[in-house]
Design a protein around this ligand. Structure first.
Ligand code: NAD
Length: 354
């Protein structure tokens, strides 16, 4: 066996239908008594935040329901003021990657503990990585203070995710596991969990698309999402994530849907170089190749398959290719501008992966 380094994910994970009711117990376990609940804007998120404050009972010190996509720093500044006014000693973030991103932005500025309660499959809750935007520019940073101390996965919260949102979000999660399979710092443990992640998420998504009310299907998908999130925490990302960061940042495309469209194309490009690393994923997806399996899954569950349909202009293909070559991430297959342009053009047009 080759030498390897494995760094475990230190978060405490509580998984189960109704698990969110135990949030006060988890806060007390961390030794905290004044929690600020953080959620996104909008009626649904506000209702969830209020429910969470109710479950915290006397440990709730306030609610800030103003998180937005891409963690704008002006929202963080307002949330910091709310945190100070509430004299909070704990952050409880409930929602998708946007709400959890705000919780992380607060934690890295204050070093407070966090409990994250994800309601999508984005995977942010397990990582020490934070992306923020200021004056339209996105920056990312990594710091152990960013990673939530406790994560509560409650599949009941995902029952309201519309099947199309669930499909895109699930493919976003699958991207973490697929890239972990060929990551430079992969090890036997990350490979094992990534393959189980692919299996569980693909099965969970198929079952959710067929029966959106099926709680056990949602539970399987959320279990897969947790493993995908651990893969994202423990193994580094490559070309696929770089392309999605460029596309999302430059054309304001929706995060999960962009991942869903690009993933089969990025997987096809890398699969040609490292077929042995993606063969078990192909098998898990029941297809001849991982790329074909991902595309077929997308079509069956109603995920988007073209960047054009997400609103990207055709003229953006060349600009995105130029941007993707700037400070590139490590990738198992070397690439040049023509390669990148080819991948983005195929994704734009919605062609099957090459
Ligand atoms: P999001 O939080 O913006 O949620 C997407 C949409 O789904 C929103 O409209 C939201 O209101 C809705 N929604 C969320 N949960 C719902 C539910 N249970 N039922 C019905 N509707 C629901 O987006 P996201 O896709 O969860 O996350 C994307 C964000 O997370 C991006 O900003 C991305 O950069 C970040 N992210 C960060 C990391 C990291 O490690 N730092 C990893 C993945 C994603």
């Amino acid at each position: 066996m080759e030498a390897f380094v494995h760094q475990g994910s230190p978060a405490r994970v509580v998984f189960g239908a109704g698990a969110r009711a135990g949030v006060a117990e988890e806060a007390a376990r961390l030794g905290r008594s004044r929690a600020l609940v953080v959620a996104a804007e909008g009626a649904r998120a506000e209702a969830l935040a209020a429910e969470t404050a109710g479950a915290l009972g006397p440990l709730a010190a306030g609610v800030f329901a103003g998180a937005r996509m891409h963690t704008p720093t002006e929202v963080t500044a307002r949330a910091l003021a709310a945190l100070g006014a509430a004299e909070a000693d704990l952050i409880v973030a409930i929602g998708g990657g946007s709400a959890i991103g705000l919780g992380k932005a607060l934690a890295v500025r204050t070093d407070l503990d966090q409990i994250a309660i994800p309601t999508t499959y984005a995977g942010s809750e397990m990582t020490a990585l934070l992306g923020e935007t200021e004056d339209g520019r996105k920056t990312t940073r990594t710091d152990p203070a960013i990673r939530p101390e406790t994560v509560i996965y409650d599949p009941e919260l995902t029952l309201s995710l519309p099947p199309k949102t669930a499909a895109a979000s699930g493919l976003n999660a699958l991207a973490h596991a697929i890239e972990a399979l060929y990551a430079r710092n992969r090890n036997p443990a990350t490979t094992l969990l990534s393959l189980e992640a692919v299996r569980a998420m693909a099965r969970g998504l198929e079952r959710t698309a067929a029966a959106p009310e099926d709680a056990s299907a949602r539970s399987e998908a959320l279990y897969g999402a947790w493993l995908c999130a651990v893969a994202l925490d423990q193994a580094s990302v490559a070309l696929h994530h770089k392309l999605c960061h460029v596309l999302g940042g430059s054309f304001d495309l929706p995060h999960a849907e962009t991942h869903a469209v690009v993933l089969p194309h990025a997987a096809a490009f890398n699969e040609a170089a490292v077929p042995e690393l993606l063969a078990p994923a192909a098998e898990a997806l029941g297809a001849a190749s991982a790329a074909a399996g991902l595309r077929s899954l997308s079509e069956r569950i109603g995920a988007p398959v073209s960047l054009r349909a997400l609103g990207m202009p055709e003229a953006g293909v060349d600009r995105a290719a130029d941007l993707a070559l700037q400070s590139p991430y490590w990738n198992p297959r070397p690439f040049d501008r023509d390669d990148i342009r080819g991948i983005i053009a195929a994704a734009w047009a919605g062609e099957p992966p090459a």
